[in-house]
Design a protein around this ligand. Structure first.
Ligand code: NAP
Length: 508
């Protein structure tokens, strides 16, 4: 069996025993890269296992026209690696991917990333205090700690619409864009109008013959305070990097304020949406179709300066009749109308509630995480799961945001996991396991707060399971999350030293 300890020259030794201590990270996206850097700083060895042949996660996969980040870049980057080189405030996917490439290069992570190595399963061996990991190729690897940086938005979801395979034209999902097809003059059907659609529709509408959006529910879309950075600004940031911190803090406060707006000032957000609609869309019937029937924030509020001008175009049609089926030549709506199409783009989002996707995770006594999460995923602080020692999730259950930067949350989580790994090395621990009571108390609190939040105010969204449990979102401020994750509360964990059994540990 190949040991992960052989895979990297970068090592740390567990105190006293001289045994190597190693962390396996699944996924080389924003979260996995961040975790690797935090471990590197702590002198702890790691290997990242990445299923694809390149790093970057969502910023590798999503290349659709207009793909960018609607969180300002001063905030949507690592706090320890702020770049003065961004061209504009809301960078496109190419800039973000290039940034991640540079970070990987700067920290020398390349040799510790194994590309094209999807992890199939992981099982905790209690006696050895090790995760026994198996890749899809059948390779077996051991690690003391397993960290899943597998994200929430990377398994494209195609809708279960009858006739989906019958369509004879070109069809693809927004996250697997087909750049080979020339869209000039084409009749394009777009199913869905969430965050991805509102970014690519304005781009394709410029060249398409006609774009028909098959809308099930409308989105709240507000202007994006976009601007280019001047050269002199970049020079200032290079000379005085602390200026970027001022911007970052401002953007972070804006984000926190958005949470307050969801709670108390939804009317102001709706007003901003209506103002844009009235400015750009002359047809009142079209405007009415684009007005959501739920509170701003229940689904993600979107920010764009291109969406409303695109909605004003004559070659953009909003179809709200509901899809009956997909045919060989297009889409038939429930009113019986046939919409002839050359291309269908599924902007239908991702499978978000089955965290970890295809990876099988088995904890103490062979317990199976997928089975335990059948009623909805949950984890203490969104990070650890009782019964699955030394296993941690980044961007796990109930840590998605509607109002601020997910990188802020990921930095909290990676620092927390690093604290645990350090303690394991320092105290020569075999494993630490979240106490079920701590996890249950956390979950009760999060679910109670979510029940009072805008996410529960009456809409369907990817934040929830089919039966309505909110498994994805964090209902409170990011400051609160930082406070809760800043220091590991060891009372929340059962701690088992090497050579000690769990029962003995409990008795002592
Ligand atoms: P999404 O927000 O989940 O939107 C999916 C859309 O497809 C919704 O409009 C949904 O309608 C519709 N839909 C799903 N199934 C359908 C069906 N069977 N028939 C008709 N319509 C259907 O997905 P997304 O746009 O890919 O965005 C997902 C998330 O990715 C975002 O919320 C955001 O967190 C992230 N993202 C971020 C950025 C950024 O700039 N930071 C950009 C893109 C994406 P309903 O609403 O009625 O369900």
């Amino acid at each position: 069996m190949a040991s992960v300890h052989d895979l990297t020259a970068y090592r740390a030794q567990a105190a006293g025993t001289g045994e190597p201590f190693h962390v396996a990270i699944i996924g080389a996206g924003v979260a996995g890269i961040c975790q690797a850097i935090k471990l590197q700083e702590a002198g702890i060895a790691f290997t990242i296992f990445e299923k694809a042949d390149d790093i970057g996660g969502t910023w590798r996969d999503n290349t659709y026209p207009g793909c960018s980040c609607d969180v300002p870049l001063h905030l949507y980057q690592y706090s320890f690696e702020m770049s003065p080189e961004w061209r504009n405030k809301f960078a496109d996917h190419k800039q973000i991917k290039a940034y991640l490439d540079r970070v990987v290069e700067k920290y020398g992570l390349g040799p510790d990333i194994r590309l094209s190595t999807p992890v199939a399963s992981a099982e905790f061996d209690e006696a050895a205090g090790l995760w026994r990991i198996t890749t899809e190729a059948g390779e077996e690897i051991d690690a003391n700690v397993l960290v899943a940086g597998t994200g929430q938005l990377n398994r494209p979801q195609l809708p279960d619409i009858p006739g989906r395979d019958d369509f004879k034209g070109e069809a693809w999902h927004s996250a697997t864009w087909n750049h080979e097809v020339d869209l000039k003059g084409k009749r394009i059907g777009v199913i869905g109008n969430g965050a991805s659609a509102i970014q690519f529709v304005p781009e394709i509408a410029k060249v398409a013959g006609e774009v028909t959006i098959f809308q099930r529910s409308a989105s709240w879309v507000l202007p994006r305070p976009e601007r280019q950075f001047f050269e002199w600004e970049k020079s200032l940031y290079r000379a005085m990097p602390w200026l970027m911190w001022i911007q970052r803090t401002r953007m972070w406060l804006n984000g926190e304020q958005l949470l307050l707006s969801f709670r108390h000032m939804g009317w102001a957000l709706s007003k901003a949406h209506r103002k844009e609609a009235e400015t750009y869309v002359a047809d009142p019937e079209k405007r009415a179709k684009l007005e959501p029937d739920y509170d701003p924030g229940c689904k993600r509020v979107l920010f764009s300066n291109d969406w409303w001008p695109a909605m004003g175009r004559d070659n953009v049609v909003i179809e709200t009749g509901g899809i009956e089926c997909i045919t060989e030549t297009g889409i038939r709506t429930k009113d019986g109308e046939e919409h002839a199409l050359d291309v269908i783009v599924y902007a239908t989002g991702f499978d978000t509630t089955h965290f970890l996707g295809p990876v099988d995770v088995k904890g103490l006594g062979g317990r199976d995480l997928r089975t335990e999460w059948q009623g909805g995923a949950t984890a203490h602080l969104g990070i650890g799961v009782a019964g699955y020692p030394n296993f941690y999730l980044l961007y796990g259950p109930n840590t998605n945001l509607g109002h601020n930067s997910i990188i802020y949350m990921i930095e909290c989580q990676t620092a927390y996991v690093t604290q645990i790994a350090r303690k394991m090395i320092a105290d020569n621990l075999a494993y630490v396991d979240v106490r079920p009571q701590a996890q249950a108390a956390w979950d009760r609190g999060v679910q109670a707060d979510n029940a009072k939040s805008v996410f529960a105010s009456g809409c369907t969204s990817w934040y929830k399971t089919a039966d309505g449990r909110i498994t994805n979102n964090w209902p409170n401020s990011t400051l609160t999350y930082w406070r809760k994750t800043k220091r590991v509360d060891w009372d929340d964990y059962a701690v088992v030293a090497r050579g000690q059994t769990r029962a003995r540990a409990a008795a002592e």
